[in-house]
Design a protein around this ligand. Structure first.
Ligand code: GLY
Ligand code: MN
Length: 459
């Protein structure tokens, strides 16, 4: 948790970005797993964490018309104390985030309906948890299905403007998350060997995240089948000749994320074929990162990675024709179907709950609907203080290759006969976390090995 003024300043800044009405920021509740008292690990809403800082279930925050903040929440009773131990009072907690006015949570409904009756606009954000959807629907008298349409665009834009530029205290937290991520990834590299199960590595690296007081920033991807982009199956035994893709990050105890991917042979010795594809992805990672600078359109940086992938695959005979034209046509997307990167902060895909297009696009640049480019979450011009990932990849996805071949999609640029030799290759992704500075960028460390020599010689 940061100093109380950090939260107060953020709320004041948000108030100045929303012209009228009141601002409601909902916190999360505990969510049952298989019966009410057996709950999923609690994760507070990131917007609530950002503006109201309290990492407890059952809270909501209001910034009223005059800029005064109110925390809604309930003090524990003796039964709660028996099961949970002594807990701080709501007013003690609120004081930690510079809020002096607190109400019982049950009063939120009446507070909001009174405001609605007075004709005051209630600005709220898009909701992603059913519990909060039901609550808001009942309190505001809006059908659940219609909540998304009436979420406040002015508030979304205000929150995105603030959360996109990381404060020094946030950058320090991300540094800590990356350090934990380094420990996770280097542990995975050390553990990998033919015969071990993916789940053994997945369990060990999750344990590292937990041991630092936080958790994973998203369910880890630890897979020999790296061609499946978000593969959460960890059931396979590592085989000689396969590569293991580990895409994982940690959250600090304050919930700031890291997100790195490394791909390496289970023996740590690359075959020639693996070296060739790996080096193309590494070149795309390095070249795109070199260009990741303030003032540059991120979509153009994505394109640098696409050109590098296309040139490399052409040199190997898997693609053909003019490289620029191939990328314009989206032919590379059979091998690299996702975007180069995304914003990162309190969420690993930062603010994705608010709408990807509000976070990654703006008046200057709109999202493309071309296959591949459409998955690019971030397209807009980079600013100092942004934190993002660069994560190019090359994947041989049998179903996608079959489909493109059968439908002759981009066959002017793809040598399907040669691609067939790679059908069971798997996938490679190399991902780093990057801060945009005033004059350049900083790749968050400690550096996780990614050069071929460094991986082969890592011990
Ligand atoms: N590292 C997982 C993702 O960015 O989707
Ligand atoms: Mn990522």
């Amino acid at each position: 948790m940061f100093a109380p003024e950090v939260y107060k300043n953020r709320r004041n800044a948000l108030r100045s970005k929303v012209s009228d009405g009141i601002i409601l920021i909902t916190g999360n509740t505990d969510t049952p797993m298989n019966y009410p008292a057996n709950i999923f690990h609690f994760r507070q809403d990131s917007n609530f964490l950002y503006f109201f800082g309290l990492d407890h279930p059952g809270f909501a925050g209001i910034i009223d018309e005059n800029g005064e903040s109110i925390v809604f929440g309930n003090d524990v009773d003796i039964e709660d104390i028996i099961w949970m131990g002594p807990q701080p009072s709501v007013s003690d907690l609120a004081a930690k985030v510079a809020v002096s006015k607190t109400y019982l949570f049950a009063e939120l409904g009446k507070y909001l309906s009174d405001k609605v009756k007075q004709g005051v606009t209630v600005h709220f954000l898009p909701q992603y948890r059913s519990e909060n959807k039901v609550m808001l629907s009942e309190m505001l008298g809006i059908p659940m299905i219609g909540l998304k349409e009436v979420a406040s665009i002015e508030l979304i834009k205000g929150v995105v403007a603030l959360r996109s530029i990381k404060e020094p205290c946030e950058i320090e937290e991300i540094r800590k998350a990356c350090k934990i991520g380094w420990e996770m990834h280097t542990t995975a590299m050390r553990m990998a060997q033919p015969g071990i199960y993916e789940r053994e590595i997945a369990g060990a690296i999750e344990g590292i995240a937990l041991s630092h007081g936080g958790m994973l920033s998203f369910p880890a991807i630890v897979s020999q089948n790296g061609e499946t982009l978000h593969n959460h199956c960890h059931a396979n035994q590592l085989k000689e000749g396969r590569m293991l893709l580990v895409d994982a990050g940690a959250e600090t105890s304050t919930h700031y994320a890291s997100d790195n991917t490394r791909t390496f042979p289970s023996t740590r010795k690359f075959t020639q074929k693996q070296k060739e594809i790996y080096q193309i992805v590494l070149n795309a990672n390095l070249k795109s990162t070199e260009a990741t600078l303030p003032g540059v359109l991120y979509r153009d940086i994505h394109k640098i990675a696409c050109l590098e992938v296309t040139q490399g695959l052409k040199d190997l005979g898997l693609m053909k024709g003019d490289v620029q034209e191939a990328v314009e046509a989206g032919a590379h997307a059979m091998f690299f179907p996702h975007g180069l990167g995304h914003m990162m902060g309190l969420d690993v895909h930062d603010m994705e709950d608010l709408g990807e297009n509000y976070v990654g696009y703006d008046e200057e640049i709109k999202r493309s609907d071309q296959f591949g480019l459409a998955y690019l979450r971030l397209g807009r011009r980079l600013q100092p203080g942004f934190v993002l990932t660069n994560e190019p990849g090359i994947y041989f996805i049998p179903a996608l290759i079959e489909k493109w071949k059968a439908e002759k999609i981009n066959d002017a640029f793809i040598n399907f006969e040669r691609v067939a030799e790679y059908i069971d290759f798997g996938g490679i992704r190399i991902e780093d976390d990057i801060l945009i500075t005033q004059s350049g960028h900083e790749v968050f460390g400690p550096a996780i090995p990614k050069e071929i020599n460094d991986i082969e010689n890592f011990s």
